[in-house]
Write a protein of this length. Structure first.
Length: 234
């Protein structure tokens, strides 16, 4: 009798625990800002552009301008998946950095290039590319005279997956401070971005393109896809 009662209590506790985990997961505060069907909630560039939705993902072929969220955000956590479909064009001379963020040379790489503007402007760009330092680098701050900001702009580790594979990125913005986790690894840890402001739209970057006259790609074209875009405002 006691054994049966113990089993019943244990089973009830297990069910309550599972329910609590499910409720926490269901109510994690994240809201989707891409519905997987169309570009509702986003501002497309004026004129001819190549932003579209294909098989539930945002697809881009380096034509037009940036894709910008209609809403502006203050402090938030953004989760977004991205991948480069392929590289195109000649090799690009990517910069090489030492551990302190100083440029120490260049290396030719097959490159694709895009970015996420976390406060709407190009100054707030988080790089997505094929450089040896890895994605997550803060382009506008890599040449800062402030050693701590320059070092903070450099990814701690190259956590990118190969071209063609999906990357999972989480970006936390608090004021002008950013943390970036890429594929489970922290590549930026509370890095400072002075001057980007405390509020702004999220933009997916147009970079490079296709020259219709010569029928050639630039060496750093954005041939990219995005999916699973969710945000939690803090």
């Amino acid at each position: 009798m006691k054994t049966s009662r113990f089993i019943a209590v244990a089973w009830t506790a297990l069910l309550l625990s599972i329910s609590a985990i499910y409720a926490k997961k269901k109510g994690d505060g994240f809201v989707s800002i891409f519905n997987g069907k169309d570009l509702s909630g986003w501002k497309t560039p004026s004129g001819d552009h190549a932003w579209k939705v294909v098989d539930g993902v945002i697809d881009y072929e380096a034509k037009g301008g940036n894709l910008i969220s209609e809403k502006s955000f203050e402090d938030y956590v953004l989760r977004i998946d991205w991948r480069f479909k392929r590289t195109a064009g000649p090799k690009y001379n990517a910069k090489l950095f030492d551990a302190d963020g100083n440029v120490i040379g260049k290396k030719p790489v097959k490159n694709a290039d895009s970015g996420i503007f976390v406060r709407g402007s190009g100054k707030s760009q988080v790089n997505l590319w094929c450089w040896p330092c890895g994605s997550g680098q803060l382009w506008s701050f890599h040449g800062s005279k402030d050693a701590s900001i320059r070092k903070g702009a450099l990814p701690k580790v190259n956590a990118d997956k190969p071209v063609g594979e999906w990357n999972e990125m989480e970006i936390t913005m608090k004021g002008e401070t950013i943390t970036v986790v890429l594929n489970g690894k922290t590549v930026l840890d509370q890095s400072k971005m002075p001057g980007v402001g405390n509020k702004g739209h999220i933009a997916l970057q147009h970079h490079g393109g296709y020259n219709a006259k010569s029928r050639t790609w630039s060496s750093a074209s954005a041939l990219i896809q995005f999916r699973n875009i969710k945000i939690k405002e803090l």
